[in-house]
Each structure stands twice: as C-alpha cells, then as structure tokens.
Design a protein around this ligand. Structure first.
Ligand code: NAD
Length: 290
C-alpha cells in the first residue's frame, strides 16, 4: 500500500486520516499537529517537518483552510515542492481557488510530480461516515492512482476534468449550499416571527418540494440553536470569495452569492466567524427584530 502523508487534521482532516489508517494505509502526520497524539494512538507515524514527511511517503494529502496555507505548505522554503520525490502524488482536498490549483499543478509538473485538486462536500458527517462527495481535477492516470485512497473517505467520487476543475465544481457546490442556507434561514425566520411552530413548519416542508438536506440538518440546527461547527461560517465566506472571484474572472454575474457573502461579512464583523454556517439565521433574525 502507498505511504500517505496527511497535513491539516481539523474537523475534516482528522476523521479522513483515521479512515485511511483503519483501511491499513501507513499514514504520516506532522508532529506539530494538535491531533498528533490522538492519531499516533490510532497508528499514525509522526514526521517532524513537511520535508521529512515527503521523504518517507508516496502520496501527500493536504486538508488546509485556504489557498495561502496550501501555497505556503507547497512552495515555502524546504516544503513539499522541493522535498517530494519525482513520481509521487500530491492531492489537495482543501477548498481553494481553481486558479491556485492550476498554479500548483504546473509547479509540480515541472518536477515530475502528479497533482490533483480533490475538494469534498458532505461536511463533518460525511468525513466521519466516509461518505464524502469528492470532485477531482487532474490527469486520468493520477485519478486512477488516487481512486482506492478516495474510496476509503468518500462514496460519490467524480473525475470532473482537467486541473482546477474539481475546485470549480466545489465553488458551484458552495453557491448552492450558501443560497439554500439563506432560503432555509429566511423561511424559518418568517415562521418564527409569525408565531407559528417552527419545528412543525420544518417537518411539513421536508415532505414537499422544498425538501433538502440543508432544510433537514441545518433547519434542525436552527431550531436547536446548535451553532457549534460543523463548517465555520468564516470558511464558507472564503468559499463565496472564491466563487465570486471566479465569476468575475469569467464575467458571470452571481447576484445571489453576493448577497449571501455580504451577510456572512456581517457575521464576521460581529466576531461570529467560528460559528457553524447555519448561524446565518442569527443575522436574519437580528435584522427581523427577533
Ligand atoms: P479546520 O479549521 O477545522 O481545520 C483546518 C486544520 O488545518 C486545522 O487543524 C489547522 O490547525 C490546520 N492548519 C492550518 N494551517 C496549517 C499549516 N500551515 N500547517 C499545518 N496545519 C495547518 O477546517 P475544516 O473544517 O477541517 O476545513 C478544512 C478544509 O476543508 C477547508 O478548505 C474547508 O473549506 C474544507 N471543507 C470543510 C467542510 C466542513 O464541513 N468543515 C466541508 C467541506 C470542505
């Protein structure tokens, strides 16, 4: 089995790396990670630096917050680009900008290292249940090489197309998720201020055309006032920036996304960026005088 380095062990990365360990892959993680002790206990090997990890592994996966973190992990002094061996495979599963993924692909190609962008959807539950949707950009042979690894973390694994195409698919995903949260939060805010039973409204709507996973899971979060992440609203704001920037680059107006992004800005301005993205409902409730 290929030796896998896994960098970025947060809400998503920790359970994903654990699935690889459970499947029998030798997994290497950075000793500086907050999750190092927990994953060592589960069988992971500690590496002192990204360069040491690169020397010991065949595949490196990153699951970091945003483009700057992935760029510096790859291109920073002594980091992955210089340290990974020709013939190895780099897989970035973070959500970053398609343009950055293409830049990284080109840099790795120059060193005979394959690179895939493979962002995911399905949230914490998908990561913990190994049911993530994985959307992949890159070359077919690299996709085929990575497929057995992806199958340990996800269910719906689609090779979308060329480098960057996985991130474009993910930006599309985040537009739909962001606007659906907006729709659910608006509807439940209206129900709440009308004085009707919000839980009954959610139940009724789940049986009709308005049914969605977001009405189901995030509707319940809003009713329970459970805004522990999950998916931090500051990370979703980052994804709306990626979508809006990509839209601007291609002259595609995204008016609904712009509204959702500015409401997320209001949440960030109030210091609420670490709440789950379903907490967009708090903004709508506050402007509705609730
Ligand atoms: P998180 O904040 O829980 O985890 C990020 C991890 O990266 C943290 O453990 C942090 O310590 C680590 N990290 C940050 N900078 C680092 C660096 N320079 N070197 C090493 N480690 C570093 O975030 P998350 O929710 O796990 O999200 C990770 C990525 O997955 C993001 O791009 C996010 O948009 C995407 N994503 C998240 C979800 C979700 O529901 N949480 C769903 C799909 C995609």
């Amino acid at each position: 089995m290929e030796k896998i380095g896994f960098i970025g062990l947060g809400i998503m990365g920790r359970p994903m790396a654990k699935h690889l360990l459970k499947a029998g892959y030798p997994v290497f993680i950075l000793s500086s990670s907050a999750a190092a002790a927990e994953l060592k206990e589960a069988g992971a090997t500690l590496s002192e630096t990204p360069a040491a990890m690169a020397k010991a592994t065949d595949v490196i996966i990153t699951m970091l917050p945003d483009s700057p973190e992935v760029e510096s992990m790859v291109m920073g002094e002594g980091n992955l680009l210089q340290a990974m061996k020709p013939g190895t495979l780099f897989i970035d599963m973070s959500t970053i900008s398609p343009a950055t993924s293409i830049t990284l692909y080109n840099k790795f190609s120059g060193r005979s290292i394959e690179a895939l962008d493979a962002p995911v959807s399905g949230g914490q539950a998908g990561a913990e249940g190994a049911t993530l949707s994985i959307m992949v950009g890159g070359n077919e042979p690299a996709f085929q090489r990575a497929l057995p690894v992806f199958e340990k973390m996800g269910k719906n694994i689609i090779h979308i197309g060329k480098p960057g195409a996985g991130q474009t698919a993910k930006a599309c995903n985040q537009i739909i998720v962001g606007m659906t949260i907006q729709a659910v939060a608006e509807a439940l805010t209206l129900a709440k201020k009308s004085g009707v039973d919000v839980a009954k409204v959610r139940s009724a709507l789940l049986g009709g055309f308005a049914q969605s996973k977001i009405l189901d899971l995030h509707g319940q979060r809003i009713i329970d006032r459970n805004f522990k992440p999950g998916f931090k609203i500051k990370l979703h704001r980052k994804d709306m920036r990626i979508a809006l920037q990509t839209g601007q680059d291609l002259s595609v107006p995204l008016p609904g996304s712009a509204v959702v992004a500015s409401q997320m800005d209001a949440m960030l301005a109030e210091g609420k960026g670490d709440l789950d993205h379903s907490s967009l409902a708090l903004y709508l409730e506050s402007v509705a005088g609730l």
